[in-house]
Design a binder for this molecule. Structure first.
Ligand code: FAD
Length: 561
């Protein structure tokens, strides 16, 4: 197979234009081109107002070997490409005495469960929240009334934290084993559009994501897996002689009953927001460490302004209806040596109240597949390290908190909680919002400027700056001003800030060794909450990786015996 990189075509090109371009690049006639597959498509706006689509394609031709010599100097053409095929094997020989248990049905748990079920392991999946159809209703109620269900919300429930998201599926994880393609193919199999297989920045939106989650659930059930909702793991049973897991306690929020599930294999795919579960794991002596993460604000601008910045002033006239809502990614390093960067940008999206604990408030972003919302939103965040957690407590002259923070693996989680409490208070229970001009002046806002916030959940105009210790609010202000050098208008006085963006990644890592297990045997920390992924796709890939490792070591438990 031949790969051609960097094929550049006009925005409105046809399929015939693409195959003609392939033939021209390979210097072949049209009848020598057997087939081609698009592997990557991206938009090039570097020479705006002239925009291009750039393709990478894999091509089959009649006489590949004959072409090799002719094109030996063509730098964009590679010969003898081999497709990476995802093909994990069930080679394990160790006996299991019970079915594997997976805690959490976010992307990590669902994809781990899917893979194990497809290899015959009949896993039991436990989810503290509800199935996605019921969860959608609880989340809509919360946004309408402000009354939070602590078990069924934007963070908890089938599909995990990313269900009410923009559904961005890109990842920076380098993939040698075909897991990335496998994840995207499963998304397509269960309802996502096939373009995600090659788009540079694939996105499906909340609406399609919900359908995909439902499809994967049904497939797991059909393959012999079991999924129990409203079922929260509350304790671990560890055999002290062997230091191995032998079972877990599970509380059913519907029946209010506790149950003991015996298992010798436990996948912890609990996400980054299960703070009570992290505390239980700490009590049980599971090795964990505090890790850096990032916190900040959501920033909103009119999507129209971002489109003009990215595509050029006349984009509507030149490319009417042919371009997606524009995205951006910005970073800067401040003199203080802190990095400020944008994260989880949602073109044509909404800021959402993404809280999961009473009297604490966290925000995030989501969009639907069409990304047709009026505003663009993105997190603007600053990295915080374990040193900052203790330092911040000291700044607040709270020696007791400072002492507890030092060396405490859960200190990052406590830091998030303090910010979320401050956000809840500032917004009087609603999302606190502020104009950037007022943020800089450290005064509360009284109402919107030239455009309205687009939010899921009620909001309240106030002083978002009050949420943060000085080092963070100063870094955010500087960062946003620096971003305006790249995107004009970014630091406009009417820019809307809301807070607090605190659930960007896990504040904790559950340590695992090369066999992907904790030192407590049979426990597999997995996905974002355990600190091994960042985002939907990488969490799903980690789920596959853990399933492969299990299949490499264990023979599946024959349930009929
Ligand atoms: P999670 O998805 O958090 O899943 C963990 C699951 O475990 C949860 O369902 C939880 O209820 C369950 N659980 C926890 N503890 C227990 C317990 N004790 N017992 C039983 N069940 C338990 N990422 C992207 O790549 N693209 C995006 O566009 C994007 N947008 C986002 C928008 C929002 C609003 C949010 C909140 C996140 C977004 N993310 C996005 C991040 C993404 O959602 C996460 O990276 C991803 O979901 C992590 O997957 P996970 O399976 O590791 O954990």
């Amino acid at each position: 197979m031949i790969r051609i990189n960097q094929l550049k075509l006009d925005i409105s090109h046809t399929e015939a234009d693409l195959s003609a371009k392939i033939c021209k690049t390979l210097r072949i006639r049209e009848d020598a081109l057997l087939s081609y597959t698009i592997k990557k498509e991206s938009l090039d706006a570097r020479k705006k107002p002239k925009l291009y689509r750039i393709y990478t394609v894999d091509v089959l031709v009649k006489n590949e070997q004959g072409l090799k010599k002719k094109l030996r100097n063509a730098s964009s053409v590679q010969f003898d490409r081999k497709e990476i095929v995802y093909r994990p094997a069930v080679t394990g020989t160790k006996e299991l005495s019970h079915r594997p248990v997976i805690v959490g049905t976010g992307p990590a748990g669902l994809f781990c469960g899917y893979q194990l079920a497809s290899m015959g392991y009949r896993p039991i999946l436990l989810e503290r929240g509800k199935k996605v159809e019921d969860r959608v209703k609880d989340v809509a109620d919360f946004w309408q009334t402000g009354i939070l269900n602590p078990q069924s919300n934007v963070q908890f429930g089938e599909g995990g934290a990313g269900t009410f998201s923009d559904g961005k599926l890109n990842t920076l994880v380098h993939d040698k084993f075909g897991r990335h393609t496998r994840v995207l193919e499963l998304f397509v199999k269960y309802g996502a559009p096939k373009e995600i297989l090659y788009q540079n920045k694939p996105h499906i939106g909340t609406d399609i994501l919900i359908e995909v989650v439902r499809g994967i659930r049904n497939a797991i059930l059909e393959m012999g897996g079991e999924i129990r909702f409203s079922s929260q793991m509350t304790d671990l049973i560890i055999q002290s002689e062997t230091s191995k897991i032998s079972g877990i306690k599970v509380f059913n929020h519907t029946t209010q009953e506790q149950e003991l599930i015996p298992t010798d294999l436990l996948v912890l795919a609990i996400g980054h927001s299960a703070r009570d579960t992290f505390a239980t794991l700490q009590q049980k002596g599971l090795p964990m460490e505090a890790k850096s993460f990032a916190v900040g604000v959501r920033v909103e601008h009119p999507q129209e302004m971002i489109n003009r910045d990215q595509y050029g002033e006349d984009y509507e006239q030149l490319y009417h209806g042919q371009l997606p809502a524009a995205a951006y990614k910005l970073t800067c390093n401040l003199e203080s040596e802190r990095g400020v960067y944008t994260f989880c940008m949602c073109p044509g999206g909404y800021v959402v109240n993404a809280s999961s604990e009473s009297n604490r408030l966290a925000v995030n972003g989501m969009s639907y597949h069409d990304r047709a919302g009026k505003n663009a939103n993105s997190a603007v965040i600053v990295t915080v390290t374990p040193n900052d957690f203790a330092e911040n407590a000291k700044n607040k002259e709270n020696e007791e908190v400072a002492e507890k923070s030092e060396g405490n693996v859960l200190a990052g989680m406590d830091f998030q909680r303090r910010l979320e409490e401050a956000a809840y208070q500032e917004g009087q229970g609603k999302i606190p919002v502020q104009l950037f001009e007022d943020f800089c002046q450290n005064r509360p806002s009284k109402g919107p400027g030239s455009f309205e916030p687009q939010m899921k959940g009620a909001y309240h105009w106030g002083n978002v700056r009050n949420i943060f210790p000085d080092f963070l609010s100063e870094a955010l202000e500087e960062g946003i001003k620096a971003f305006a050098m790249k995107l004009p208008g970014y630091a406009g006085g009417d820019t809307v800030l809301s807070g607090v963006e605190s659930r960007t990644s896990s504040p904790i890592r559950i340590i695992r060794d090369e066999s992907l297990q904790s030192t407590i045997g049979g426990i597999y920390p997995c996905g974002e909450g355990a600190g091994y992924a960042g985002g939907i796709t990488s969490a799903a890939m980690d789920g596959l990786k853990v399933a492969e490792e299990i299949a490499k070591n264990y023979r599946f438990f024959d349930i009929s015996k």
